[in-house]
Design a protein around this ligand. Structure first.
Ligand code: C2E
Ligand code: CA
Ligand code: CA
Length: 574
């Protein structure tokens, strides 16, 4: 028996003892009143006293029956104890008037008994009704706070439970909030259907229940977002919990015979270390989650103050970016991609630049992700493509231009049409436009990406797979989509990890390129040694500061002219 049950039993025992004392007291008092009145009748005292005593007893009996109707044993008992002796004495008095009075007094009992029982029944019914509606209200409240699919708390439930967790926090302890977002849920849901998606969500909930401490609050916060909040003694305890959850959710799920790799990202914040209340705790964990996602997913990030500063900066950039195109602060620069054998420029990659009047030059890495988040990338991307197409149209016909496309741009309605319009308006042959896409495009929604690539390829637009080697590096995409070029990320050439291993990868990718008749571009070439090394590994094209940084279109035109002249001279010498 639990402590609460024992306390309840004790309470009940005390209550029945008090009730018995109360009953005995009430009955004794009623008996006293009645016997006094009866005595005045039997002893034939003065009629005034007799009248007053009998009236007093009977009035008390009637009144108390009404007052105690909720406890019929007391009420009926008191009534009987008052009426019975008085009416018996009256009927035995011998006087006709008193006998008649005795009979009417006796008749009071059934009348009051029935009133009393009626009142009691009505009271009982309304109490039962009140209790039932309270139970119903409690049940409704539980339902309103529960997510039907996973039986975890929903948003409303989370708010409620977090407040309790917060107020009950032991001094010296911390409140950890882990915000989990599934990385590839949308893909599973879209390709395998909602029932499989639901199954994955239920399985995630089960894994969370298994890993989280018993007192933790578990919630499904949005479609594929979950929150675990728990009281922790230390940062270490929180790290261990985060690690366990990441490991468990990153384990593949099973759908019949199929293995589903969903994976998750996690943002973690702690009270009081990172914030002063629940709202900022949530915001901090959300920011940490954002950070985990942009740094490559399948990661857990702890909140840091720098993330707040980042957020302020991001908001500023977001506001200013909206007007940057109109204010003419953006430019497209061009970086040559060179044939590694002949040294001839074959393509210019269009790279956007923002010359901010106060902040100076902003790199695309600082504002492209913000443009993607806010949807501005669609307008911005169309503008970049239009600029690039126009610049390329002014170059010799064997020169192509490469434009970077972000996944969001491709998924927007009418994206293919936007690109076709840009090349048409610039009067550029579609075969002179190359679109650089990254693997991220296929991970989120490969069907839409497939249609986009198919449609534009049918007009002659070419596609290059950018930053190869940094993500999943799945050969499946190369096989499935008509890529003409693979761009090996610069980390294989000039990054700190460049070495024997990356050279082996370079060789393997280059030999695949030869077999499949694909151009392999080595990015980030800064020195002659690097050029020699990628050339001997089998790469066909190169790009990097060694040849040129990205430059404005008129300088690109000059570069091109000089490159052609140098090339002709070399050929003449040879
Ligand atoms: P990316 O497509 O991989 O572009 C190559 C980046 O490497 C460029 O940086 C370029 O300036 C830099 N780079 C080229 N050669 C070298 C080198 O020898 N050494 C080093 N250390 N870096 C070199 P940038 O212009 O800052 O662009 C960064 C990224 O921003 C691009 O990576 C691309 O993903 C994105 N981006 C740039 N322009 C656009 C755009 O117009 N649209 C979209 N959607 N994304 C863009
Ligand atoms: Ca690129
Ligand atoms: Ca790249």
């Amino acid at each position: 028996m639990t402590g609460t049950q024992i306390a309840w039993r004790k309470n009940q025992k005390g209550f029945s003892r008090r009730e018995l004392v109360y009953e005995l007291g009430a009955w004794s008092y009623a008996s006293c009143l009645s016997y006094l009145a009866t005595a005045t009748i039997i002893l034939d005292v003065e009629s005034d006293v007799k009248l007053l005593m009998v009236c007093n007893a009977l009035c008390y009996g009637c009144g108390i029956a009404a007052r105690n109707a909720g406890r019929p044993t007391i009420a009926v008992g008191q009534l009987l104890l008052i009426i019975a002796p008085i009416s018996s004495a009256l009927m035995a008095s011998g006087s006709l008037a008193l006998i008649f009075l005795g009979i009417t007094a006796a008749l009071l009992f059934p009348a009051l008994f029935s009133i009393c029982i009626n009142v009691f029944e009505n009271l009982r019914r309304s109490i039962v009704a009140a209790e039932t509606s309270k139970q119903l209200a409690d049940r409704m409240q539980v339902l309103a706070r529960t997510d039907v699919l996973t039986s975890l708390s929903n948003r409303a439930g989370l708010d409620h439970q977090l407040t309790s967790l917060f107020t009950d926090l032991q001094p010296g302890n911390k409140l950890a909030l882990l915000w989990i977002d599934l990385d590839r849920f949308k893909e599973v849901n879209d390709t395998l259907g909602h029932p499989v998606g639901d199954q994955v969500l239920r399985e995630v909930a089960a894994r969370l229940r298994e890993q989280a401490p018993r007192n933790a609050v578990l919630s499904r916060f949005g479609g594929d977002e979950f929150i675990v909040a728990a009281e922790m003694r230390s940062l270490l305890e929180c790290e261990e919990l985060g690690g366990r959850i990441m490991e468990d959710i990153n384990r593949p799920f099973r759908n019949k015979q199929e293995r589903l790799d969903v994976g998750c990202s996690m943002g973690i914040a702690m009270y009081p270390d990172d914030c002063g209340d629940i709202d900022t705790l949530m915001q901090s964990a959300d920011l940490a989650l954002y950070h985990a996602k942009v740094s490559g997913r399948r990661q857990a990030s702890f909140f840091t103050e720098a993330m707040n500063r980042d957020l302020v900066k991001r908001r500023e950039i977001e506001m200013e970016l909206r007007g940057a195109i109109q204010r003419d602060e953006l430019s497209v620069f061009y970086q040559p991609i060179v044939d590694l054998k002949t040294g001839r420029i074959r393509t210019f990659e269009a790279l956007v630049r923002w010359f901010h009047p106060e902040k100076g030059e902003l790199r695309p890495d600082e504002f492209i992700p913000i443009a993607e988040e806010t949807g501005l990338i669609i307008t911005l991307g169309n503008w970049i493509t239009a600029q690039a197409a126009r610049a390329c149209a002014s170059w010799p016909e064997d020169i192509t231009v490469a434009v970077n496309l972000s996944p969001l741009q491709i998924k927007a309605n009418g994206s293919a049409l936007g690109i076709l319009t840009a090349i048409q308006q610039a009067r550029l042959d579609p075969r002179r436009l190359e679109l650089e896409v990254t693997e991220g495009l296929f991970i989120d929604d490969s069907e839409v990406a497939g249609k986009f690539i198919e449609e534009l390829s049918s007009y002659g637009v070419r596609f290059a797979l950018d930053d190869f080697g940094t993500g999943y590096s799945s050969l499946g995409y190369i096989n499935k989509f008509p890529f003409k070029k693979i761009k090996l990320d610069r980390s294989f050439v000039s990054g700190e990890n460049a070495g024997v291993k990356s050279e082996a990868i370079l060789r393997a990718v280059a030999s695949m390129g030869t077999t499949l008749d694909l151009d392999i571009v080595a990015e980030g070439l800064e020195t002659e040694e690097q050029i020699k090394s990628v050339r001997s590994a089998g790469c066909t094209l190169g790009q990097g500061y060694y040849y040129s940084r990205a430059v404005p279109d008129y300088i690109a035109t000059l570069l091109l002219k000089r490159n052609r002249d140098d090339n002709q001279k070399q050929r003449a010498q040879a």
